[in-house]
Write a new protein. Sequence first.
Lengths: 296, 218
Amino acid sequence: MSVVVLKPGIYTALYSTQSLCLRAYGVSPRGPMDIVAHHMANSILSNMQGSAVLECHFPGPSLQFMQNTFISITGGDFVACINDEPIKMWMVIRIKQGDILSFTSLKMGMRAYVAIQGGFVYHKSIYKEILKKGVRLSANEGMGIPTHLPNLSRVHQYYQPVDIIDFFPGPEYDLLSEESKELIEHTMYALSSSSNRMGFIVEGEHLRKHTNTEMLSSPVTMGTVQLLPNGKMIVLMADHNTTGGYPRILQVARYCLPRLSQLQPGTAFQFKKMTYNEALIGWKQVEDLLNGMHEY
Amino acid sequence: MAYQLSILSEDCVLVTFGNELDIDVNRNVIELHEHFRKNSYDYVIETAPAYTSLAIFLHVSQLQASGFTPLQYVQCIVEKNFTASQKANHTGRRILEIPVRYSGPDIEWVAAHCGLTVAQVIDIHSRMEYHVFMLGFQPGFPYMGITDKVLHVPRKSTPVHVLKGSVALAARQTGIYPQASPGGWQVIGYTEIPLVTEEINEAHFFINAGDTVKFIAI
């Protein structure tokens, strides 16, 4: 089963959720930005969880399928089309040999996911591999016709509200002045357009440390919010370096990261403080949602 | 040496041994990391050492189902299996020789800044053995030190393009860029030794945290 890349799009790449487990060697885990959309893209097709899925930014890629298959589109809405006819997201799409997938306009969100029945064949490298024109992707063997119908109303509920991002204190939270701690929760922020998979720069009131301690490089992870020397914050995302020398003032709740990854630059949002335990509970709720179990 | 447990994220617990650039503090971090590398635990995905702390990444959902909190779980393992020590035992550490052509674009600037001749910079940099504190920033980039006081130099205020294999200095550290990239450290030389090699599904890293490195001028 092969898929020809007619147009590569911008920063289109395959992502699986398998960890390379090489953080100790300075290798970023580099998973998908929106793990809810990634998970659902596979669920819809009854693929093995974690299978490689294409993550697309706008403008997205144009792909031609050389055999009959099934695909699904989740995440951001880039008005996906097959042979120039718009198709629905979040469901099984039947593909006939020769069909061409393209994305025609950025309606909502920032990252769209394309999964194929059986999952894309993928060897994860320690270095990033962006899709190039003319490359052929292939898929593992699929089995029969996917019939899984996930509870999509709950998935759509997950993405609301878009404008509140929960956090708990990071290891260096107390380096912030009291005024800055207040400011964080009472400011409307927006993501800078220079945000990317490595980190989201947050535009808004500048913050201040109450001491001027230099920091040795320490472990960081996706969701770690660093205070930059210029007083701005950066939220580390999927391509984060494994260590960082700036104060880790906040940690964005993991369950908010998929929602945050779909936030368009310029859209106003607020930070809201919670406890680590609340964040753990929130994450469990999202996992249950993805596993199709409880109320969300 | 006391250690402290704290939270980085839902799925990551930090074990911190100190807050200064200190080889003995770091050797404790590396020793604990080695323990996790050699022993597998059901809920531990991986560990990663930094200067003064070890990050422990966990399968948090499975762990929660077992009734433990991440902190309790890590505390249990560390208390049972690890004794921090003032002078951490580090037998079996590897000493790696790195041949260097000391012709980096910044070596004259470094010499002038430090009040030395270029020959003296080469001599001082290459006569010490350096402890590798951690890898970070890029795959395989080693943070090594502590350099001789006379060689302490600031980072550049703006990063420039740095060639693959660049041997560099910043603050009290020396490092090697495994790949070309933007970089802010002062480049004093180059090595041809590949720090990272990758084949399908397997990557090899020539220098690991906890190693000792000696530069040889060629």
